[in-house]
Ligand binder design. Sequence first.
Ligand SMILES: [Zn+2]
Length: 139
Amino acid sequence: MWSQREVIDYALQRRSTLQALRRPGRRLARQEACDADPMLIRAAKHHGEPSNVNCPVCESDDLVNLHYVFGDQLGQYSGRIKRTTELEEMAHAFGEFKVVVVEVCPACGWNHMILSYLLGDGVKRKPPRRQQTVEDIYG
Ligand SMILES: [Zn+2]
C-alpha cells in the first residue's frame, strides 16, 4: 500500500447534503443533488470502480467511485480519471499529485466528492528541458 498524504474526508459535507435532501420542506431539490451530467454518467459506467456502499439516495448498488488526478507534474494527464491500480504505479513515477475521489450513481445521477489526498514519492522530477532559441545562439 502506498502512503496517502493530506487526506481530506468529505463525509460531513456529504451527510449534510443528504440531510438537506431528506428534510421535510427540504432546502435541496433532488434534481440539484442528483445532477450528474451525461459525461459523468458515461465516465462512471466505463471507468467507475464499484463502491462498497449503496447509493444514499436511490439505494442502487450500481454506485461507483471515480479517481481524478491533478497536478503540475502530470502535464497532459492532469484532470484525467485513473484506476486504483494505475494510481499505485503513478505514485512511484511522480513526485506529487492530488487524487480526488467522486462517487457517482448512474441510476439516479447522485454525485459527491468523498475524498481527496496527495500521492507521489516526493522526488521532484526535472521540468521538461527548455528548447534552445535563436536568441540563445545569436543574441
Ligand atoms: Zn442513486
